[in-house]
Ligand binder design. Structure first.
Ligand SMILES: Nc1nc2c(c(=O)[nH]1)N[C@H]1C(S)=C(S)[C@@H](COP(=O)(O)OP(=O)(O)OC[C@H]3O[C@@H](n4cnc5c(N)ncnc54)[C@H](O)[C@@H]3O)O[C@H]1N2
Ligand code: MOO
Length: 421
């Protein structure tokens, strides 16, 4: 299957989107909005002093009295020809026409009639100067962000400013990570023909950063029945496996999927590295133990919002990533990331592109995913980009998507995210 088609299949496989939950803001981080974020207030909620100084009414000079701090309410209107000390963020009293900055005013102390404030600003005061008018940023009821937007720290700040205490978001897809291979070690240097598992440490935080919730991560021995049962009994929305995709004597993934009743959606992709990658649909699995049938991986009545949708059939997916580490990352960026983002309700990010700083070698028939560094000259391929290597990737800003046949210097190349960037 061509590389672009494989990505589209993965995105469409996640098209059913997971149900809506109403989450506390801190819990909503990394989820996608299930409904537009709507302002619960005008912003600013009142005419606000934008500078420290004096709120003034009408043209100066002004008779001075009182002061207003942020968080206080004005005690009454400001009569024409008067001014009051005011702090940045304080609500402007009715009748105030502008704010005069502290550094632009001078106070004349008088024996009688109270102190007098003079305007020493370089330019004449116009009404509204240094005032943030009510509703400048938004009006109450106005949509601020569309459904599908990812909840970032900036979104949490905006939601708080706009008075929202709970956010309607899609549930995060749950993921179980199965790392296949008797040769894998979890600590210490490689020894006795065995190697360290590089993919658990890489995929776990990366997939969580893509909006997934990891509910399990373990090494699985090269044993067909063990793998088949792990697939059958997983309660995750998406099982991500590594290794066992090819045709070696203990590469059991195809057979285990067949025995678990899976339907293959993608079986090998015309891309280097990573071509043995796979995507499959699994029949509904068991509800997780102790959940009484309702869990975060199945729609739970208490968590649904609005009219209850049809019960989800509980379709699960398996993403089979090749064992070679860079091939696995290429598989994840092609299949796992689009699937997880779609299931979590995130809108697809706009394509990123850059000029090529030099020629980019291609494969004669397949797309190539090359780890690149981005400089002011454009995208530059990094050394150590072999399928079993992570050294180039660790320095990379992006993957360049090099079409069959390669690209000359100065061409425009599509970029994909690499883990953590
Ligand atoms: N006869 C063929 N052999 C191979 C083909 C092919 O088309 N015909 N394709 C090659 C390509 S391309 C790749 S990629 C690999 C994919 O192999 P598997 O998905 O079956 O993976 P394994 O055989 O289990 O392992 C391959 C390699 O990766 C190492 N590995 C596995 N898991 C990890 C891990 N978690 N961390 C670090 N390294 C890992 C493993 O030790 C092997 O060295 O197949 C080629 N062969
Ligand atoms: O998927 Mo393999 O990486 O092309 O070695």
């Amino acid at each position: 299957m061509p590389w672009q088609s494989a990505r589209d299949v993965a995105r469409r496989a996640g098209g059913r989107r997971l149900e809506t939950v109403h989450a506390e803001p801190a819990e909503a981080l990394g989820h996608a909005l299930a409904e537009p974020l709507v302002a619960r207030t005008d912003l600013p909620p009142f005419d606000t002093a934008a500078m420290d100084g004096w709120a003034v009414a009408g043209p100066g000079p002004w008779r001075l009295h009182g002061r207003l701090l942020a968080g206080q309410s004005p005690s009454g209107p400001l009569p024409d020809g008067t001014a009051t000390r005011i702090a940045t963020g304080a609500p402007l009293p009715a009748g105030a026409t502008a704010v005069l900055r502290r550094e632009h005013g001078s106070v004349e102390q008088r024996q009688q009639g109270g102190d007098l404030l003079h305007d020493r600003a370089p330019r004449a005061a116009e009404p509204g100067r240094d005032v943030r008018p009510r509703g400048q940023e938004c009006r109450r009821g106005e949509p601020l962000l569309p459904a599908g937007a990812t909840v970032t720290p900036a979104v949490l700040g905006l939601a708080a400013a706009a008075g929202c205490d709970r956010l309607a978001v899609h549930r995060r897809p749950t993921v179980e990570l199965l790392l296949l291979g008797d040769e894998l070690l979890e600590s210490g240097p490689p020894r006795d023909g065995r190697v360290r598992d590089a993919l658990g440490p890489l995929l776990h935080p990366w997939l969580e950063g893509c909006g997934a919730r990891l509910i399990g991560r373990r090494l699985v021995r090269d044993d067909l029945a063990l793998l088949r049962d792990a697939l059958r009994h997983s309660s995750a929305d998406v099982v991500v496996t590594t290794g066992g995709t090819a045709a070696g004597p203990v590469d059991f993934l195809h057979e285990a999927l067949a025995q678990a009743g899976a339907r293959l959606l993608v079986d090998s992709v015309a891309v280097r590295p990573g071509h043995p990658m796979m995507l499959a649909e699994l029949p509904p699995g068991p509800a997780p133990a102790g959940s009484g049938g309702a869990s975060e991986s199945r729609p739970a009545a208490g968590l649904l919002s609005g009219p209850a949708p049809e019960p989800e059939p509980g379709v699960r997916h398996v993403v089979g990533l090749p064992g070679n580490p860079l091939a696995a990352v290429a598989g994840a960026v092609t299949l796992a990331v689009p699937l997880l983002r779609a299931l979590g309700g995130h809108v697809a990010a706009a394509a990123r592109r850059a000029p090529t700083a030099g020629g980019m070698p291609g494969h004669p028939g397949d797309t190539r995913l090359l780890p690149v560094r981005l400089s002011e000259r454009g995208a530059e391929p990094l050394a150590f980009d072999g399928p079993a290597m992570l050294r180039g990737l660790a320095l990379a800003d992006a993957f360049a998507v090099v079409p069959p046949g390669g690209l000359p210097a100065g061409a425009v190349v599509e970029l994909l995210e690499v883990p953590g960037r």
